[in-house]
Design a protein around this ligand. Structure first.
Ligand SMILES: Nc1ncnc2c1ncn2[C@@H]1O[C@H](COP(=O)(O)OP(=O)(O)OP(=O)(O)O)[C@@H](O)[C@H]1O
Ligand SMILES: [Mg+2]
Length: 356
């Protein structure tokens, strides 16, 4: 006979070891373990301040262990860190080991007024570049703005915003990183890139949920979500977890663009998420003689948008300065450049749409 699922989860969790070699179950770190009938697992991981450096690893290992059990659909766990001064639960003054119930996870992104996804049908069209500059431009208008890098396999926010290092975790809440007036979160601030590359679908989905649920986003007017290329799991989990106010589709002008834009538009339409509009990126290159060269054809994304009845927000040409600014972590939107004006215009269009 198979063991009850709770026992199987406990056994799996007991294989995760703390820095001192004790396992997380018998040493009492796992608290409030519950499994819902729908296969959702919840628990808190209570660790000591001295183990803070290891918090992310422990949490990731514990989640991976729980996720590996058949029948488990979703694992949400938080790490809470005890300061050394706090009395540890259990022990002689609490023989029954009664502990405070870990606070229920709040609904996802409750303090965020609007979530806007930036997506595209295919990769490499400049989504992340546009998304980061849009966020900066929105913050410049005085809006409390966040940026969620939902590309777990290929995070670009650390480069685009010029931030390195890891995010702080305080009382089990991941602190967003502030850069250029924006609160930013990326898997790149949480784990080493190779670690995330090894993750399979459920872990990617779990990481995304955590970046929404376990990050101290605070109150935001708008959260820009930079999605991974394509229309895969990440998009679906994003759509399911929080009502999106709308999506912006980025495309290049090629003939192919029509199919790409259609794919992007359809994903959101199917789920009743409004399309704020299409931005055509890498639209042309300003030539030395003052003319324009349309390297990838002319106006394809605009035509595609029209054909699909989606608003066209405008075009961004190829700016060598945009590439350089992005690689340097100094978003073009912060600079005195005509590209910055374009991002301002798009930011206004987005604000107008979500407040309509
Ligand atoms: N308008 C532009 N002018 C010049 N360079 C650009 C422009 N837009 C994007 N780039 C550059 O093109 C490259 C790809 O851009 P980016 O990473 O933003 O694309 P992406 O769509 O997010 O890619 P992925 O699908 O891999 O996430 C980057 O080096 C970026 O700096
Ligand atoms: Mg990207």
């Amino acid at each position: 006979m198979t063991e009850p699922i709770l026992i199987r989860i406990r056994n799996a969790l007991a294989k995760v070891l703390r820095p001192d070699g004790r396992d997380i179950v018998t040493s009492g770190a796992v608290q409030g373990l519950t499994v819902g009938e729908d296969g959702r697992v919840q628990f808190a991981l209570e660790i000591n301040a001295g183990e803070k450096q290891e918090a992310e690893r422990l949490l990731a290992d514990a989640k991976a262990a729980a996720t590996s059990i058949d029948g488990i659909r979703d694992v949400s766990a938080v790490a809470t860190i005890h300061s050394a001064a706090k009395p540890q639960p259990g022990g002689h003054d609490n023989p029954l080991g009664l502990k405070r119930v870990p606070a229920q996870a709040p609904d996802l992104l409750t303090g965020v007024k609007h979530v806007v996804a930036i997506a595209s049908g295919k990769g490499g069209v400049g989504k992340s570049t546009i998304a980061a500059n849009l966020a900066v431009a929105l913050a410049q208008t005085g809006l409390r703005t966040g940026f969620l890098d939902a590309d777990v396999y290929g995070p670009s926010a650390p480069t685009l915003f010029g931030v390195s290092g890891k995010a702080d975790v305080i009382d089990g809440k991941i602190q967003p990183v502030r850069a250029h007036g924006v609160s930013v979160m990326s898997i790149g601030f949480l784990v080493d890139p190779e670690q995330a590359l090894a993750w399979r679908g459920p872990m990617v989905t779990g990481a995304l949920r955590q970046m929404m649920k376990d990050v101290a986003w605070g109150d935001l007017d708008i959260l820009i979500v930079d999605t991974p290329p394509g229309t895969g799991d990440a998009h679906l989990s994003l759509i399911q977890t929080k009502r999106l106010s709308g999506a912006v589709i980025v495309s290049t002008p090629q003939e192919m663009a029509l199919a790409d834009v259609r794919r992007g538009v359809e994903l959101f339409r199917k789920t009743n998420i409004p399309i704020i509009g299409v931005i055509e990126n890498m639209a042309w290159l300003d030539a030395a003689d003052g003319g324009r060269s349309y390297l990838f054809g002319e106006g394809g994304a605009q035509k595609a948008a029209e054909a699909l009845g989606a608003p066209f927000l405008g075009a961004v040409p190829l700016y060598p300065e945009l590439r350089i600014a992005s690689d340097d972590g100094r978003p073009l939107a912060t600079q005195d450049h005509q590209g910055a004006d374009k991002f301002k215009t798009f930011a206004e269009a987005i604000t107008g749409f979500v407040n309509r």
